[in-house]
Design a protein around this ligand. Structure first.
Ligand SMILES: [Zn+2]
Length: 342
């Protein structure tokens, strides 16, 4: 029988201090060349080991092979000039200096496929791999070529589909697209955002997921969250269209978030990765706190569709905190599993 409430993480885990500066988002690599390549592989093995020790059921690379969840993918593409930078507003929230799309974008070679194979060879558990979503990719660039957000998103969707098909062939069980931009540009999400995401998963036989979130615990995000009021109803705008889409799983944050749990009713029938671990706090949840969040979610998500998860990536956390949170997640899930069985 398939295990119910299989646990997973939304994405990143902290990097070891010999690879990159800890407790810092998007920190620079400390190694170069062949040493860096080997260091990334070692860190991936370590991240896998930590997950397996904690009893996580669906494991990942902990995003040890990327510096940034969007930029690292884009760096491998043609058509984007990283020397030519412009300042743009990211998700209507903060300014950042970003690379320029200067000609037609294309993918000449696989980006993460070797890393996925390396992970696959080391575990029999289901593996999940994260890619940026098309809308979040375009929001991280200055476009001097297509001059249309939608057009560029369709181009990226085709490229993501090439990568996703090769990840599937490498043995990846679940491909997740990170789309924090889905929480901001509701009209575009419904007009073409979800359609481009469906283009990215076209023809895949493996499972697919979309992670929508309110971001890491960085200041720009926590300041923005303060403006959202006592109830975060952003998901309400896009859930009906997502429910009707061909995406299998929706990943979102439920621990210490102000998302009203009843919004999950709008995606009934989909699998839901329920964030039961707050990544913006160093406090380690108790198993009982995790169980409590899962019980609340179970009112709106069928038990065979619920996957206990973290709210978002844990890259900025100290390693012992992330480790503690992984253990709390699996212990909390086990409490609820026993309740359901009893
Ligand atoms: Zn996230």
């Amino acid at each position: 029988m398939k295990k119910i409430l299989p646990t997973s993480t939304a994405g990143s885990l902290p990097k070891p201090s010999w690879l990159a500066q800890p407790e810092t988002l998007w920190s620079e690599w400390k190694l170069q060349g062949e040493e860096l390549a080997e260091g990334k592989r070692d860190a991936l093995s370590l991240a896998l080991h930590e997950q397996q020790l904690a009893g996580i059921d669906i494991v990942s690379d902990g995003e040890q092979s990327r510096q940034h969840f969007v930029t690292t993918f884009i760096e491998h593409l043609d058509g984007v000039d990283f020397e030519k930078r412009e300042t743009v507003r990211i998700r209507n929230r903060y300014d950042a200096s970003v690379p320029t799309v200067s000609s037609a974008v294309s993918r000449q070679k696989p980006v993460f496929v070797e890393d996925a194979r390396y992970l696959r060879a080391q575990t029999d558990r289901p593996i999940k791999w994260a890619l940026p979503g098309p809308m979040t990719m375009i929001d991280t660039l200055y476009d001097a070529h297509y001059k249309s957000r939608e057009k560029l998103a369709w181009e990226f969707a085709g490229i993501l589909n090439q990568e996703a098909r090769e990840l599937e062939a490498a043995g990846v069980d679940i491909i997740q697209f990170d789309e924090p931009a889905f929480n901001v540009f509701f009209d575009e999400v419904n007009d073409w955002g979800i359609a481009t995401l469906e283009r990215a998963i076209e023809g895949l036989k493996c499972e697919t997921a979309v992670h929508i979130c309110y971001g890491y615990g960085i200041k720009a995000n926590t300041d923005w969250k303060k403006t959202l009021g006592s109830e975060w109803r952003q998901y309400e705008e896009i859930f009906p269209r997502l429910q009707a889409s061909s995406i299998d799983t929706i990943s979102l944050e439920c621990q210490n978030s102000r998302v009203p749990m009843e919004l999950l009713e709008l995606v009934r029938g989909k699998k839901v990765m329920v964030g039961a671990i707050d990544v913006a706090s160093h406090d380690i949840e108790t198993p009982e706190q995790v169980a409590d969040t899962l019980r609340k979610a179970l009112k709106y998500v069928d038990a065979d569709k619920l996957c206990p998860c973290t709210n978002c990536g844990m890259a900025p956390l100290p390693r012992h905190v992330a480790r503690g949170k992984l253990h709390a997640l699996t212990a909390g899930a086990e409490i609820v599993r026993r309740e359901l069985a009893g």
